[in-house]
Design a protein around this ligand. Structure first.
Ligand code: PMP
Length: 351
């Protein structure tokens, strides 16, 4: 491998002078702030939040066993996804490679940034073939998107294949671990230092139960993190989000209990779904959702909507014929879903 961050960074980004906010320009203690044209009343919401999120990154660093300068915080993981395109992909020239099927935002961000998006199908069993991915790359490929556990398929990708891709690619490998807290496999975060071209995405939106506050994390070398930090909006993480995240991250106990409960419910849901004639196949899941093949995804989806139950119709997605993706809910929610599916099945039989 011959990876050089300088080589893959766009020239306009390399030479960019980033915006320097009022709060960036001094160090040390201060008590009178007349630098940012804020309103002196309505404390604390009158003040701009810390643009570098120092306290929150320190806390996260302890939890994730990472140096704070290896952490980028974004408005959801969607922000670093977009910034990776803007930093490293030249519109109209470069391309990225991604597994298919996978999370839809990689392709949308590619489209917004006018970057060719090359999809490489997973194997029939949704496993990853490193050779297939690598052979889709060329000298204009800047990013490879992997997602493990993968959305919508639910399975974790094999770590040895992921590492083969990282070791044999001269651009950045983006490994999206949004669902890693539900997965028996370990995160690659512990090995981040070994891989200068790896970016790991995680989020507080899933296991931590904080989708509403919009806090996504990217972990990578300090050099990669400083490129992303240079091009972000100065105050991209608002004060309420920083404070709420700090409060919740003090203790992982509740999160761990939620994960345990969701995983128990997933097992029950899988067993019950397997008894329904409408469900033809249940894919293995390392996440908090289950992908199933059904007799007729669109019909079942619409019938569930009529009963005010929303699942995700994935039947038009590559390799996912007649598939629905079902998030594991509370015991009561799962029971309502199962009852509804039973009714839809019976109605169908009596037609
Ligand atoms: N990555 C994956 C694989 C996802 O499924 C999702 C959301 N469904 C996200 C990222 C987005 O996470 P966030 O809420 O942090 O933007």
């Amino acid at each position: 491998m011959n990876f050089s961050l300088q080589n893959i960074t766009r020239n306009n980004i390399l030479s960019l002078q980033p915006y320097s906010s009022a709060r960036d320009e001094f160090t040390g203690e201060a008590s009178v702030f007349l630098d940012a044209n804020e309103n002196p009343f309505n404390s604390p919401l009158n003040r701009y939040p810390d643009p570098r999120q120092v306290v929150l990154k320190n806390q996260l660093g302890i939890l994730k066993k990472q140096a704070p300068n290896c952490i980028f915080l974004g408005n959801g993981s969607d922000e670093p996804i977009d910034l990776l395109f803007r930093a490293f992909c030249e519109p109209g020239e470069d391309n990225v490679v991604a597994i298919a099927p996978t999370y839809g935002m990689y392709q949308v961000a590619a489209g917004i940034n006018n970057i060719e998006f090359r999809e490489v199908l997973l194997q029939e069993d949704f496993s990853l073939n490193a050779e297939k991915i690598l052979s889709a790359t060329d000298s204009a490929t800047k990013l490879i998107f992997l997602c493990s556990p993968n959305n919508p398929t639910g399975n974790a990708l094999q770590q040895d294949e992921i590492i083969r891709i990282i070791n044999n690619f001269n651009g950045l490998v983006i490994l999206d671990e949004a669902y890693i807290d539900f997965c028996p496999d370990k995160s690659l975060l512990g090995n981040l230092e070994q891989y200068s071209n790896l970016v790991i995405l995680q989020t507080l939106s899933k296991a931590w139960g904080l989708a509403a506050i919009r806090l996504g994390m990217a972990f990578a070398s300090p050099e990669i993190i400083s490129v992303l930090s240079k091009i972000k909006y100065p105050y991209n993480i608002n004060l309420l989000t920083q404070e709420k995240a700090l409060e919740v991250l003090q203790s992982s106990e509740e999160k761990e209990l939620w994960v345990k409960t969701i995983l128990q419910q997933k097992e029950i849901l899988k067993k019950e779904l397997a008894r329904l004639p409408l469900i033809l196949k249940i894919y293995p899941s390392d996440a908090n959702f289950i992908l199933v093949t059904t007799t007729d995804a669109k019909y079942i989806y619409n019938s569930l909507v009529n009963k005010q139950i929303i699942v995700r119709d994935r039947s038009r997605v590559a390799l996912c014929g007649e598939a629905l993706r079902i998030t594991v809910g509370t015991e009561a929610e799962n029971r309502i879903l199962l009852e509804a599916l039973k009714e839809i099945g019976e109605l169908n039989r009596n037609k």
